[in-house]
Design a protein around this ligand. Sequence first.
Ligand code: ATP
Ligand code: MG
Length: 405
Amino acid sequence: MQYNEVMVRYGELSTKGKNKKIFINRLSQNVKAALRDFPQVKVHGERDRMHLELHDADSEEVLKRLKSIFGIQNYSPVMKLDRDMEQVKQVAVEMVKEQYAPGKTFKIATRRADHDFELDTNDINQLLGGEVLRNVEGIKVQVKKPDITLRVEVRLNGIFLSCETIQGAGGLPVGSSGKGMLMMSGGIDSPVAGYLAMKRGVEVEAVHFHSPPYTSPRALQKAKDLTAKIAAFSGSVQFIEVPFTEIQEEIKKKVPEGYLMTVTRRFMMRITDRIREQRKGLAIFNGESLGQVASQTMHSMIAINDVTNTPVLRPVVSMDKNEIIDIAQKIDTFDLSIQPFEDCCTIFAPPAPKTKPDLEKTREFEARLDVEGLIERAMEGLVFSEISVGDTLAAQQEETFSALL
Ligand code: ATP
Ligand code: MG
C-alpha cells in the first residue's frame, strides 16, 4: 500500500528538556539526509512528534530507511484523506486487510480534534467497524488488546488513518552528543563499538592505522568496508588513514619484546588524540573488552591511557565475545570482520606481550624513540576520505563489472 505520510515518535528525546529543540533539529537533519534522494518528502519536526509528508515518494522504501535512524522510538505509516467518509471507509478496509491473517482481531480507535465534525467518535467507530466486518472475511472485533488497531484521527485538515507501529532504532540522533574518534581496526569489536557510540548520539570519525607493505591494500579496504557498514546509521563517516610503518619498525628495533605492544598502543593513542584535537572531537572510542587480550587488562589500560587526559570510551568493555558477535551480526559487519586480512598490530605482535606492563619501564623504553618526530611524520601522511553507505569494495566491483558490459 502506498501511504502518503509517516508519523514518527521520539521516545527518550521527549525527556531532554531544554535540549529538546537541538535534538529535534538534529533528528530532522538526519532524516532528511537519509532521504536525500527523495527531495519531495517534507519533514516537519514538531515538539512531540515528527510528520513526514511523502508526496508520492515510495513509502515502503522510506519506512525501510527510517529503521536505522537513531532517536526514533517508533513510527507509523499514515493515510491522510479528505473528510469524505466514503473514501475513509474504502481505505480503512484496505488497511486492515493488509494486516489481517486468519484468527486476528481488530478494533477502531477514533479521536476527534475537530469536535464540530458531523459524526462523533462512536458513530465513526461503528461505521468503520461495520464496514471492515462486512469486507474482511473471518475477522472479529475485540476491544481489549486486539491484534490490529486502526487509529482514526479527525482534524480540520483531513482524516488520518494508521494501523501499524514499527519499532525504531532507539538511541539519540547521531551528532546530538558531539563528535568522537573511533579507533577502527578490521576486527569484530571496533565496528560494534562505533555503532554503539552512534546509538548514543555521537558523530563518529574512523581512524585506521596501517603499515604497508606489511599490511595489504585489502586490509585497508576491509577497514573502509566496515566503515561503510556503520555509515548506514549516519549517512556517511569520515575515514582517516594513518601511515604506521615507520613507527612500528622503530619500536621493533628499539623496544624489548615484552613492551612492543604497550608502546605501539601508546603511539596509536597519541596520534588518535592529535587527530581528535585537529578535528575538534571530544573523546576517543575503541573496541576494547576487558581481559580479551593482553592489551586489554586494566594494567595495560593504565600504561596505555597514560599518554592522554582525553576520555577514552569503550562501549564493549564489559561484553563477552558472544554478545559482541550478536551485535556484529545484527549490523551486518560480522562476515566482513572475519575475513582473514592482517592487521598492523598482529604482524608485529610478539608471541607473549606483557599483561601487566610497568608504567615506569614503559615510559623509559619509549624514551629511546624520537616520539615527537615520529608522530609529526605520521600526521603529515594522513589520508582523509568521506565514506558513505554502499561504498564497499563489493559495490565498486559491481560498478566496474556493469561498466564492462
Ligand atoms: P578483534 O575482534 O580481533 O578483537 P579488535 O578490533 O578488537 O578486533 P584488537 O586487537 O582487540 O582488535 O584491538 C583493540 C582495539 O584497538 C580495537 O577495538 C580498536 O579500537 C583498536 N585498534 C586495533 N588495531 C587498530 C588499527 N589498525 N587501527 C585503528 N584502531 C585499532
Ligand atoms: Mg578486540
